[in-house]
Design a protein around this ligand. Structure first.
Ligand code: BTN
Length: 280
């Protein structure tokens, strides 16, 4: 903080680690009311959100941590998090609505967040890779993990977690990840304002949630998808258990399935699986 006589104080540089009052000030700045729980380190922000919901915390709220010791990814995988520099955020909700209303929830969140990151970094190469990755030229920038508890087809609790590689450099990631990952710092060659972006991210997640619950997202997602789709018209391979599906990705269906056109022209809807872009 710099002080100037008769003029007051100025924040000359942003703290590298999360500072709760600064994040709250940014939330205020972007007109967003949301209770936040800030940690230096935690096992997983999704797990903490789950514990808070189990203990009766009202939604929505956000759990944020500089570091996660047991960050979780899709399909039971681990999510790597360095001690500082990346965004690890989970937002907890109590929707009490039918599951069908949330069938495209993660894809919709990814769409809105890809738009936010494009405008924040002034870079249009950020895309969404079905079903839960944000990528830059096939390298992973962010991953999303949505978890829910459901009872009689009603979604009681919902947790949306996102990890974004922000001010870390993929060169310093574990060997198994460094070739397939990227970060906003790698892209822009400068540190990004973590508090401002996190506040905008929380705002985006809350607005996207509201639109989804109100039923407006189902049309909008199709209007936006093609422009943001990392797989559009690419030849892909999808591994689904022991099955390998090959074809051209041609967007998503109303329920969020990936549409794959095979060589014989048949269109198949794929609900889940691991997609890679093929070289053939
Ligand atoms: C994936 O790509 O497989 C999903 C990764 C999701 C990571 C985020 S980081 C914040 C939240 N907490 C977790 O433990 N996981 C999600």
């Amino acid at each position: 903080i710099e002080a100037s006589q008769n003029r007051g104080y100025r924040l000359s540089a942003e703290p590298i680690k999360y500072n709760q009052p600064l994040l709250e000030a940014w939330l205020n700045q972007v007109h967003t009311k949301c209770k936040i729980f800030v940690h230096d380190t935690i096992d997983s922000t999704n797990s903490e959100a789950e514990r808070l919901l189990a203990n009766g915390e009202k939604g929505p709220f956000a759990v944020i941590s500089n570091h996660q010791s047991m960050g979780r990814g899709r399909l039971g995988r681990k999510w790597y998090s360095p001690t500082t520099g990346n965004i690890n955020i989970s937002v907890g909700f109590r929707p009490n609505i039918s599951l069908i209303k949330l069938r495209t929830f993660t894809l919709w969140q990814g769409t809105c967040i890809a738009e936010l990151l494009r405008s924040f970094s002034a870079n249009d190469s950020i895309s969404i890779k079905w079903p839960n990755d944000l990528v830059i030229k096939e390298k992973k920038l962010a991953g999303m993990l949505t978890e829910a508890s459901i009872d009689s087809e009603q979604v009681r609790t919902l947790i949306f977690g996102i990890g974004i590689n922000l001010n870390s450099s993929s060169k310093h990631f574990p060997k198994s990840l460094s070739k397939t990952s990227t970060s906003l710092k790698d892209l822009t060659e400068q540190n990004q304002r973590i508090h401002e972006l996190s506040a905008q991210l929380i705002r985006t997640i809350l607005l996207a949630y509201n639109k989804c619950v109100e039923g407006y997202s189902e049309k909008e997602i199709f209007d936006k998808w093609e422009k943001l789709d990392a797989l559009y018209k690419k030849n892909v391979e999808i591994s689904k258990g022991t099955e390998l599906i090959k074809g051209k990705a041609i967007g998503i269906d109303t329920d969020g399935s990936l549409r794959i056109k095979s060589r014989n022209g048949r269109i198949r809807l794929v609900k889940s699986g691991e997609v890679s872009v093929s070289k053939w």
